[in-house]
Design a protein. Structure first.
Length: 196
């Protein structure tokens, strides 16, 4: 009887201790992915093609809002404004306001984030000359599509710098030829993390 009692006491003492050790040694369950929300302000010059094989640069900037929804997959919205004051010495100006949104994927490691995606939306051109069947107009609207990507380098938990973002932008403003514009857009700026 004494031997049975000793066994019961031994196991009654060891069982809770071993359970506590097992809980301590067990790896923690992976945390749910963070839903990051960023706001970026960038300087965004554009190299645009025009008719007859000519091209020109326009200067401007953009404000971009992006959110990571699940494991790097998310959405982005971009609002940009650009202006050229004298296209190829012709005296013709062009101002564009472009609004686009679409999916984005971001790969993040430590302080580095590399992203890419595609956006669609609309671009409004003004203060220029757009051919039309009834004569030229000063403003026009166009479908806009953009594909590209970039790099963010985190400086603090809330601030990152964007050294480069490059994208191809296609618009369809009337131009008296094929009504297609292919634009290289280069951007650099600062990113603020609103939520992590």
């Amino acid at each position: 009887m004494r031997k049975v009692l000793c066994n019961i006491l031994f196991w009654a003492t060891i069982a809770p201790v071993s359970a506590a050790v097992a809980q301590t040694a067990a790896p923690a369950a992976p945390a749910a992915p963070a839903h990051e929300v960023d706001l970026a302000f960038t300087y965004s010059p554009q190299h645009r093609n025009s008719t007859a094989g000519n091209s020109f640069w326009s200067q401007g900037g953009s404000v971009e809002f992006s959110a990571d929804l699940y494991r790097g997959f998310g959405v982005a919205a971009d609002f940009s404004a650009n202006h050229a004051s004298n296209i190829n010495g012709s005296g013709v100006k062009l101002t564009t306001l472009t609004t686009m949104f679409g999916p984005r994927y971001t790969w993040s490691r430590h302080k580095l984030a590399i992203f890419g995606g595609g956006l669609i939306g609309v671009s409004a051109g003004s203060d220029s000359v757009f051919p039309s069947p009834g004569g030229a107009t000063q403003s026009a609207r166009s479908f806009a599509a953009q594909v590209g990507g970039g790099v963010d380098l985190r400086l603090t938990p809330r601030i990152a710098v964007r050294p480069i973002e490059a994208s191809w932008l296609r618009t369809q403003f009337p131009n008296g030829a094929n009504n297609v514009q292919n634009t290289l857009q280069l951007s650099a700026g600062i990113v603020f993390r609103l939520q992590k």
